[in-house]
Design a protein around this ligand. Sequence first.
Ligand code: HGY
Ligand code: MN
Ligand code: MN
Length: 408
Amino acid sequence: MIEIDAQRLLGRIRELGAVGRDGEGRLIRLAASDTDRQGRDLFVGWLRQAGIDVAIDRVGNIFGIWQSPENAGQAPLLIGSHIDTVIDAGIYDGCYGVLAGLEVIETLKASGFLPSRPVAVAAFTNEEGVRYTPDMMGSLAHAGGVSAETVLAAVGTDGSVLRQELARIGYAGDREPGFLRPHAYLELHIEQGPVLEGEGLPIGAVENLQGISWQRVTIDGVANHAGTTPMSMRSDAGHAAARVITFLLDRTKASNAPTVATVGTIRFEPNAINVIPSRAVFTIDLRDPDEQRLQAEEAELAAYLEQLAAAEKVTISVEQLARFEPVIFDLRIVERIEAAARARGLGVKRMTSGAGHDAQMMARIAPAAMIFVPSAGGISHNPREHTEDGELVAGANILLDVAAQLAK
Ligand code: HGY
Ligand code: MN
Ligand code: MN
């Protein structure tokens, strides 16, 4: 069995992980930012060193395509993920899968393997959705779920426009999103959860991915003096926001369903110690593997907001930022992942992805599945994110084996 070049892969993960650190050493490569450009430039440099074709589409998705005159007309096998990060990120989320995809191509190329179809690796734009929403934006565009124009018009949390930012960093490509129609899609990713580590398993064969609902809630009350305004005369946007957050999190904590709810951002206006907040703006991330239950949770929240507005004498508006239904991956590929793990003597289990991934978008246009490796302590979206070198290499070798099968 051929093996990937472990030191090359591990070295690149660390080298890319060092790009985009701020003054406090935090890793921040938000989509289409200057640090994202640095990471992109490093990755494109490796693609060129590998001697494969580089293509960039209009929304900045980067593709490295290994093709020959004999197989160029065939639908490619696509291996992908992302290299943009959250704020104060770990070095493995997304980057591991992109660099492992390149590693698989270089290993197959060097081994004299002759694929019957091109093999490509993709780094999709704005998977994280921290600066521009929705998340998985580049792969959603590639899958035809949103137009390039809509993506390029996206306004960031910093007021920037994605079209201008991509042009500014030199990644406003000329290919149309979706120009590459995959025969199949594979994504290798850290689990970002506690399951594999908890069960002492090195490989996860991801068979489905939960539904995601992102909303921005704006509550408008009346600014007033913190000292002179009786409690009965307040329209306090801050208190109303606190009640929504408590309602939502108490409800999901008390439920024995797998529903998860997160309020990750909040801001008050005018944000002064002695002024009753006139406005509160916060985001809600709701997820569930079951679409009906997710819809029911959204309905419960909407009903609560309606009665709260009257009770707190505030007005509440909601903007849907992202909404993706649960996805079932291709069983035949899941079975190949399981068989490849067993052939290498690695324990494997089928599992659900709690996180969103580009694979959920690619599953709309091609058979797709994911391979997980353990996350230490289940930690992710945190600089403490960690996966052992041996686990990273094992996952990349499973990707190599399944890719070689699908490329024939
Ligand atoms: O939010 C997610 O699950 C992914 O990290 N974008
Ligand atoms: Mn990711
Ligand atoms: Mn992530």
